[in-house]
Design a protein around this ligand. Structure first.
Ligand code: 5GP
Length: 195
């Protein structure tokens, strides 16, 4: 009997590309097979978020201790002074339920996971139709100051360069279409068995 492959699915993107909506869509459509990988983060919890659901919100000191103890499969300082990381125990928790972890992480974290689990990982890069469109979306979201908007747009332009390193890209010009494309990719990937 072949042992089941411990798979990983990553949704990554330049910020403002609509990846969170796609992650939510996939979790809704595949609740039997997928489970959201809850990351550790040192930023403030937002009003609509819950600790242990959206993130494990921890202090910078706790985060550093986990780095020292080698508890992360990957971690990054995604924004100035704000740390995010995927715990090894989180992947094990989900595999232990015979499910596949779905990760919503930045491009560098995605590359790090892909390097460690090349055969097991499906990585989907969500690209905005253009940088101009991305800027428009971030402005419409109304959560950015002129400075943070400029930082995010700059970061997004840098992140798009990494696109060829991922398994596949979805251009998010229509959220419904992008969601269906992601669903199809995930369905096919989950059917692959270990030899
Ligand atoms: P936000 O603060 O808006 O929730 O997330 C900021 C960024 O951090 C997003 O691009 C998100 O995908 C990324 N992120 C969330 N968790 C992790 C993680 O565990 N590792 C890495 N590398 N990035 C993460």
């Amino acid at each position: 009997m072949p042992t089941p492959l411990k798979k990983i699915i990553i949704i990554t993107a330049a910020s403002g590309s609509g990846k969170t909506s796609i992650v939510k869509h996939l979790l809704k459509k595949n609740s039997e097979q997928l489970d959201f990988s809850i990351s550790c983060a040192t930023r403030q919890k937002r009003n609509n978020e819950a600790d242990g659901m959206d993130y494990y919100f921890i202090s910078p000191d706790e985060f550093k201790e986990k780095i020292t103890k080698n508890e992360f499969v990957e971690w990054e300082m995604v924004y100035e002074g704000k740390y995010y990381g995927t715990l090894k125990t989180e992947l094990e928790r989900i595999w232990g339920k015979n499910k596949t972890p779905l990760l919503d992480i930045d491009v560098k974290g995605a590359l790090a996971i892909q390097q460690q689990f090349p055969k097991e990982t499906l990585s989907i890069f969500i690209a905005p139709p253009s940088i101009a469109e991305l800027k428009k979306r971030l402005e419409a979201r109304g959560t950015e100051t002129p400075e943070s908007l400029a930082t995010r747009v700059h970061k997004a332009a840098d992140e798009i360069i990494f696109q060829p390193h991922f398994t596949t890209t979805i251009i998010n010009d229509d959220l419904q279409k992008a969601g269906s494309e992601a669903e199809e990719l995930v369905r096919n990937f989950l059917q692959i068995r270990a030899n």
